[in-house]
Design a protein around this ligand. Structure first.
Ligand SMILES: O=C(O)CCC(=O)C(=O)O
Length: 331
């Protein structure tokens, strides 16, 4: 078992006992999880977001072709990622490809939640996952060789598989995402795990862009903060330790086409969405081919069996829903 899961399981007060599996769906998981965020400093005034920029929307074939092309990474960018546990890359996608993604995600969210995430403010964090197996267009964005290649190059591994896709819509007025690192969430026995967070609109600070503490090893500073499954103690505790230690946080806007990649040991958060537009992102997680499921996944891993059907704890994580995204046959 990895160190961080060990730590989590060894602290067994009632509030900290997360050993039982999650028994609800993924949306219920997000409703619970964002409830752990400290929103005491929340500013309530909602501002009007700038209109979405206007760009020609590519055809499906054009989008698929762009999503399949490789992206050149400089050595300094790879070094930055390995030192800091995250990187933000501009122009990973063209503006048209991102706006096409947004239109598709809005339509999926409308169908699932019966609200127009751009028109009705419900303060909620909406989530959809495992969309790609039933949606051809989303499949191209999730299994994108471009995202797979960048992920493999950043991690320095030969091949990456998909863990899951996650559509994350932080509605107008929704509060913070609590401080966390994804190693608590993904029940994988490797640290070669990266999430590509693709915002589907320009994302100014007021909309709550994903923000990253760095360098990567600041996670060691918060080993002593015990995760609590209720209340805001963990979020506050992490925030306090980071402040005491002068930890740097990158909280910067995302331009259209910019994508961030974060390592599973990177601590990250996102502030509230104080605009009248939903902050929609597609977060795809990729991991080193050959990784196994850990022996004892916890409730923090949510509905993980949905992402790796019929794979049992301890087994190699390679279900048909975890295809290799890089390399591709036609590399
Ligand atoms: O979108 C957010 O606010 C949180 C996303 C996140 O933590 C992640 O994708 O790892």
């Amino acid at each position: 078992m990895k160190k961080s899961q060990d730590k989590i399981n060894s602290k067994m007060s009632d509030a900290a006992d997360i050993s039982k599996p999650w028994d609800k769906d993924n949306q219920a998981w997000w409703d619970w999880y964002v409830g752990l965020a400290d929103n005491e400093g929340k500013k309530d005034s909602i501002i009007t977001a700038d209109p979405l920029p206007s760009f020609a929307i590519p055809s499906d074939d054009e989008a698929v072709s762009e999503l399949s092309k490789t992206y050149h990474l400089e050595n300094e960018q790879i070094d930055f990622f390995r030192k800091n546990g995250f990187i933000k890359l501009k122009k990973v996608f063209s503006p048209g490809v991102v706006l096409k993604l947004r239109a598709e995600l809005i339509s999926l969210l409308k169908k699932e939640f019966n609200v127009d995430p751009d028109k009705e403010a419900h303060d909620r964090f909406l989530s959809l996952e495992m969309i790609w197996p039933k949606n051809k267009l989303l499949r191209a964005y999730v299994l994108s060789p471009r995202l797979g290649q960048i992920s493999a190059d950043l991690l320095g591994v030969q091949a990456v598989r998909l863990y899951h896709d996650n559509v994350l819509a932080k509605q107008a007025g929704c509060g913070r995402t609590p401080w966390h690192f994804d190693d608590h969430h993904f029940p994988l026995d490797t640290n070669d795990v990266v999430t590509a967070w693709v915002p589907a609109q320009p994302t100014p600070i007021e909309m709550g862009p994903l923000s990253f503490a760095y360098p990567l090893d600041v996670h060691n500073l918060v080993n002593a903060v015990t995760f609590e499954k209720t209340g805001t103690g963990y979020d506050k505790g992490v925030s306090e330790v980071f402040k005491q230690n002068g930890v740097s946080v990158n909280e910067t806007p995302f331009e259209l086409g910019e994508v961030s990649f974060h390592h599973n040991l990177n601590f990250h958060t996102a502030s509230s969405n104080r605009t009248n537009r939903s902050r929609i992102a597609l977060a795809n997680t990729y991991y080193r081919d050959g990784a196994r499921v850990i022996k004892s996944p916890t409730m923090v891993s949510g509905d993980w069996q949905k992402f790796m059907p019929n794979i049992k704890p301890g087994e190699v994580a390679a279900s048909p829903l975890n295809p290799i995204c890089w390399p591709t046959d036609d590399k």
